[in-house]
Structure formats: C-alpha cells, structure tokens
Design a protein around this ligand. Structure first.
Ligand code: PEP
Ligand code: MN
Length: 359
C-alpha cells in the first residue's frame, strides 16, 4: 500500500515545537532522575529521551545499560510526569520497551539503513498504537528513509515522525554529520503529513555550534528539536562532546528566535522559500567542496615541488575536461559551461600550486 493512503492524516504532535531531550545514554538511575527532574521542571521539554541499547561503531565501547534503563525511565516519568522515549533496533527491544509502556519509540540512523531491521521492528509493532520517530539513514538516501516510513505505516503505525540528524560524510567538515538541509526539506515536501524534528546534537557532534543549527532548524519551520543533555556532559559515557547540561539546554531554548512570531508564516513556508533554502545549502556545500579541492591541489603542488615536476601536464588536463564533460552531460550541463567552470577552477589551482613551487 502506498504511504499516501496509509498515513495521510497529519497527526497532532503534543506540542509545537516539540522539544525532546535527555542523555545520549542512560548511565545510572541517579543520572536519569537528575536530568529528567531538571528538564521536566523547566516545562520547556516535552519528552524525555535516553538510549539504553547503544549501537556503537566499534565493539568494546559502552553498549548501553540495557533493559534496566527502562525501569529508571519509567521511575522518572512517574516522579516528574514527563513522557519517555527510547531507541529500538530489534524486535526484542520493542517487546521490552512496550512492557514499560514507553510513550514514543525512535529508530536510529544505523537501523534505518537496514530494511531487514526496520521490517523486524515493524512486525513487532503490528497492532500497537504508539508514535514512532524515524531518524534519517546514515547515508543521504531519501528512498531508504521513505522505505522505513512505508514499513511502519504498513504495520499500522499512524503516528510517524521524522528526525533529521544529518548524514555521514567522508573527510572533515564542521559537522559530525553533514546536515544537507536540502534533503530534509525535500523530505518535508514529499511527506507534508509527517512532523519533522531536527537533532542538532548528532549533526554538530560538538557543543559550540549547537545553537546555530537549532536556529537554522527553527528558521526552516521544523516541528521540533531533539537535543542531548547530561548533568555532567564531559563525563558522559557516550557522545560527551555534544551534550549540554539541562541548564544550558534551557538557556539555549530561551535564546532561539522562534520565527512564528515575527515572520509571516504563510509566505515564509511556501515551496519557493524551501527551494531557495535548497539553493543556499547547495551553494554552501559546493563552496566547501571547492575549498577541499583546492587543498588537495596544494598537496599535489607540494609533491610536485619535492619531486621537481612541472605544474602543467597537458594529458592530465585533457583527461579532467573529458571526464567532467561526460559526467556533466549526464546531468544536463553543457560542454561549454563545464569547460568555463573547469577553466576557472583550474586557474585557481595552478595559481596555488605556483605559489607553493615558488616558495
Ligand atoms: C542517539 O540518538 O543517541 C543516536 C545513537 O543517534 P543516531 O541514530 O542519530 O546516531
Ligand atoms: Mn548520542
């Protein structure tokens, strides 16, 4: 069944913006209780998160406290009246979470990439009425993300939300996971009935730039934010660099400029604006790539200097032009445009290499 017929109603999220916070991982009952108490008391956070099963890139890291964490979370809910959410990656974890009547489930980025796992979770959720938030897959593949929506909808889940947490990228950028905002916008346009939450913590991977990503998400009319908080972020057992104290989180939520108040939302949220945001984002990414290309050119320059090779090698230049024109044609870019573009890029590369050879 196509998604449009299954989950076509926009469900009412409990708050807008919907603010979700809590530690990356539940570590101790004390840590869970302290964090939940502060967040709930602020009245600015509506859902308490904590990972209890942690998918780690490499074995040997902290893999989560496991099911005992569910008791801690439900104790926190009972004590402070804040609903709770955990990440699930297997059918067994779904069953455990449901035993504790967890209010919302989320599917992590490492799970969304795997249709077998997503289907297993969907099967375990058949007939269960619970909101499920689906993080984007690690790789920038909207079909995979959409596939996960369809699997959840196919299991009868009616309250599906999306979490944009950025995409793995090769090489260093400012971000732990490249936001690729245009993909989140594209997904919003494709699935306007699904709330879209932004997760600045996993995009940034560091505390100092959280605020600007939060603001960006608010400006792009996201429906909520998921941000990690921990009473002692530096001591956290996972994701220590990106967590903030509950106090800092509350301060940031106070500082964000919630746009609905000062922007004419009717015009701001038009598709045209979304497209302009896409253009801006693509320009940022192209400039970053160009910067990286120039760095590689400079490295080549240093190599040429050490080995006493000339800057310009005609054969190599022809190869670059031919490859680019062939690729350009496939995506509808004219030979004339590609050539002019490459000449400009190449001239800049040569100038940089020349500076290195002359130095
Ligand atoms: C998390 O939320 O702690 C987490 C593991 O996130 P992600 O799936 O986005 O990496
Ligand atoms: Mn985390």
């Amino acid at each position: 069944m196509p998604i449009s017929t299954i989950a076509s109603k926009k469900w009412a999220i409990p708050h807008r913006p919907w603010i979700i916070s809590g530690p990356c991982s539940a570590e101790t009952e004390q840590q869970v209780m302290t964090t939940a108490q502060k967040l709930a008391a602020s009245q600015k956070v509506h859902l308490f998160r904590a990972g209890i099963w942690k998918p780690r890139t490499k074995p040997g890291g902290f893999e989560g406290v496991g099911a005992v964490g569910l008791e801690w979370l439900s104790n926190a809910r009972a004590a402070y009246g804040i609903p709770i959410t955990v990440e699930v990656a297997t059918a067994k974890q779904v069953v455990e979470a449901l035993k504790f009547s967890v209010d919302v489930l989320w599917i992590g980025a490492r799970t969304t990439v795997n249709p077998f796992s997503v289907q297993e979770i969907a099967d375990a959720l058949k007939g269960v009425n619970i909101p499920v938030l689906i993080k984007n897959p690690l790789n920038p593949d909207l079909e995979l993300w959409t596939g996960a929506i369809e699997r959840m909808a196919g299991a009868g889940i009616e309250q599906i939300g999306l979490i944009h947490r950025g995409f793995s990228n090769y090489g260093n950028t400012d971000y732990r996971n490249a936001p690729m905002w245009h993909l989140a916008i594209e997904m919003k346009l494709r699935h306007p009935q699904l709330p879209m939450i932004n997760d600045p913590s996993h995009i940034c991977g560091r505390r100092d730039i959280l605020m600007e990503v939060m603001q960006r998400a608010v400006d792009l009319d996201f429906d909520g934010l998921m941000i990690e908080s921990h009473p002692e972020p530096e001591q956290a057992w996972s994701d220590a660099n990106q967590q903030v104290t509950p106090d800092r989180l509350i301060e940031m939520l106070e500082q964000v400029r919630w746009r609905a108040e000062d922007v004419n939302s009717d015009t701001f949220h038009t598709a045209l604006d979304a497209l302009r945001q896409q253009i801006n984002q693509l320009d940022v990414e192209m400039l970053q790539l160009l910067g990286r290309r120039m760095q590689v050119a400079e490295e080549i320059g240093r190599y040429k200097k050490e080995n006493n090779i000339t800057i310009l090698q005609a054969g190599r230049w022809q190869e670059i032009v031919e490859n680019a024109c062939a690729r350009g044609e496939q995506v509808g870019l004219s030979r004339e445009f590609i050539t002019r573009y490459l000449e400009a890029v190449h001239m800049e590369s040569i100038n940089r290499q020349k500076r290195i050879l002359d130095s």
